[in-house]
Design a protein around this ligand. Structure first.
Ligand code: CTP
Length: 395
């Protein structure tokens, strides 16, 4: 665990003293810890205790004299591999969820690209308050992590949920998180495509497919978190653009092909999870097509297969394709792998309702050109992404 850096945010509640135990557990594993306390946290335990255990100066005030020329909330935000708030009060959760950055801790959380985990601790009624619950849901949706409080006797004498999770469990979860944060793709250029493409018919109508882009966005985020320089080329989706990557938005097969080719030579790894339209309308109508009494026939012609184009041009790139299949999944995927001359194909059965398109989970089999076949259980799309990169790394 040497070289791992945790920024511990301490906000003011009776559980502040427990954060000291988290620090000592992390330090025993060789993890470097720096601490930001809110003003009210210092009312419960002195900063000196945190300074002694972390062996680093504790930051409290936004306007403390910076040691060097660096602006402190930015330098700490960049320094951290992981930010953990122990204990997290309703106040800090509410501030971050609502974009308020008015002290050192909230400003640093706003400025960091590192993963942030909140460990809430508060009175049961506060914890169950709808506003607090809504703020936590907002943060979860935005990708912030939580270590939920336990139930038990609280400082105020009430019994219920709101007690800071056991510090041993908090430390274990932090350590596990850090060990999964290896930057094993540092310096690699990873190109990812995601989402659907559209086929314009006339100025108001288009054809598309059910891809939501979730799988590809998770692949891009996984590669980014493992140190890669990521370019994400995405068709239209309603997802938030991941931070810390190069993002190119496209609409059509042709636009995606051009963007991919522009970036292909510089890429080490290409993951094509986009659901690209295989057909284009033969004649796009510049005018809106008016309805008549007869049926409308739109002729479609074959469009380019981007993945096949890459397979023909590839030099040293590792190329990963996807295969959306509704029958004979493995056989069809193997045939695609060969036909498109790529290194891996991730096959998924799109007939299942709780995996595949629009779902947060996926159940896939990864097949390599060397003959390896790995069938994974149903898991989150992020975990699927992790498995794909683990497999590439193994090669
Ligand atoms: N793909 C592509 N260009 C296309 C169609 C597909 O680059 N015009 C890529 C997809 O991004 C995916 C892989 O090819 O990585 C397989 O896509 P899929 O839709 O499963 O297969 P198709 O090759 O289109 O074959 P079919 O529709 O016959 O199953």
């Amino acid at each position: 665990m040497n070289n791992k850096k945790v920024l511990l945010g301490v906000s003011g509640g009776i559980a502040v003293y427990k954060a000291l135990d988290v620090i000592s557990r992390l330090k025993k594993k060789g993890i470097e810890v720096k601490v930001i306390m809110t003003k009210s946290a210092t009312e419960f335990v002195t900063p000196l205790s945190f300074q002694s255990l972390s062996e680093n100066p504790v930051v409290i005030n936004m306007f403390d004299e910076p040691k060097a020329w660096e602006i402190q909330h930015i330098s700490l935000a960049k320094w951290a591999d992981l930010v953990v708030v122990v204990p997290a009060t309703a106040n800090i959760i509410g501030k971050v969820a609502n974009g308020i950055a008015d002290d050192m801790l909230s400003t640093t959380i706003m400025a960091t690209k590192a993963e942030v985990i909140f460990c809430p601790a508060m009175n049961t009624n506060m914890y169950e308050n709808k506003i607090v619950q809504k703020n936590m849901a907002t943060l979860k949706d935005l990708g912030y992590g939580f270590i939920n409080p336990a139930s038990g006797r609280l400082a105020c004498g009430d019994i219920g949920r709101g007690k800071l999770e056991n510090t041993e469990i908090i430390a274990e979860k932090i350590i596990k998180k850090l060990s999964s944060k290896s930057r094993d793709f540092e310096g690699k250029n990873v190109l990812v495509t995601a989402g659907p493409t559209i086929v314009p018919i006339d100025p108001v109508r288009y054809l598309t497919n059910r891809s939501t882009g979730k799988m590809g966005y998770e692949i891009a985020k996984e590669a980014r978190d493992r140190g890669a320089n990521v370019t994400l080329i995405s068709g239209p989706t309603s997802l938030d653009i991941p931070t810390g990557i190069n993002f190119i938005k496209v609409n059509t097969n042709e636009e995606m092909l051009n963007a991919v080719l522009d970036n292909f030579n510089d890429s080490n790894i290409v993951v094509k999870s986009a659901a690209v339209a295989d057909f284009n309308v033969k004649e796009y109508s510049k005018e809106k097509i008016k309805k008549t009494d007869s049926n409308l026939v739109i002729e479609l012609e074959r469009d380019k297969d981007i993945l096949e184009t890459l397979g023909k041009q590839k030099t040293n790139q590792i190329i990963v394709g996807f295969a959306a299949e509704s029958s004979n999944v493995i056989e069809n995927a193997k045939a695609k792998l060969k036909r498109k001359n790529i290194d891996y194909i991730v096959a998924n059965d799109i007939t299942s309702n709780d995996t595949g398109f629009a779902s947060d989970d996926n159940k896939v089999t990864i097949i390599s050109s060397l003959g390896d076949v790995i069938s994974l259980d149903k898991m989150s799309k992020r975990e699927v992404a992790k498995n794909i990169f683990d497999m590439i790394k193994g090669r």
